[in-house]
Design a protein around this ligand. Structure first.
Ligand SMILES: [Mg+2]
Length: 130
């Protein structure tokens, strides 16, 4: 499983990395711009990510915007269904507006911080990624 962590917070990145790196290649992006760069780079190399853990509250470009760009990019490249990357929003924001927006923009899952390892593992198992 190839994963990408997108978070502006060092400790969140560290926690997620500790979990995900035991299941395969795990990359880290510290902001939205870097996330999109990493996502596009992986597609160009024909080694796309299986899963992206995406924070929402980040400076400049927030996670909702990143999600939108990723789905637009996939659509442009005719990447659909099982070929598209699984996106898990990993955020402290638990309001219904943010949750609704994220699912409307086609995230697959929504995990509220603080990240619980067992919940993340359950999501990855349900997606048959691990
Ligand atoms: Mg943040």
């Amino acid at each position: 499983m190839k994963s990408l962590i997108v978070d502006d917070d060092f400790f969140s990145r560290r926690i997620l990395q500790a979990i995900l790196s035991s299941y395969g290649e795990c990359h880290v992006a510290v902001d939205g711009k870097e996330a999109i760069f990493a996502f596009e780079q992986a597609l160009a190399e024909e080694k796309p990510y299986d899963v992206i853990c995406l924070d929402i509250m980040m400076p400049e470009m927030n996670g909702q915007e990143v999600l939108k760009v990723i789905r637009q990019t996939e659509e442009k490249k005719s990447i659909f269904g099982d070929d598209s990357v699984k996106i898990i929003m990993t955020t402290a924001l638990d309001d219904s507006e943010n949750i609704r927006t994220a699912f409307r923009e086609q995230c697959e899952s929504y995990l509220i911080k603080p990240i619980q390892k067992s919940k993340l593992i359950k999501i990855l198992t349900d997606f048959e990624l691990i």
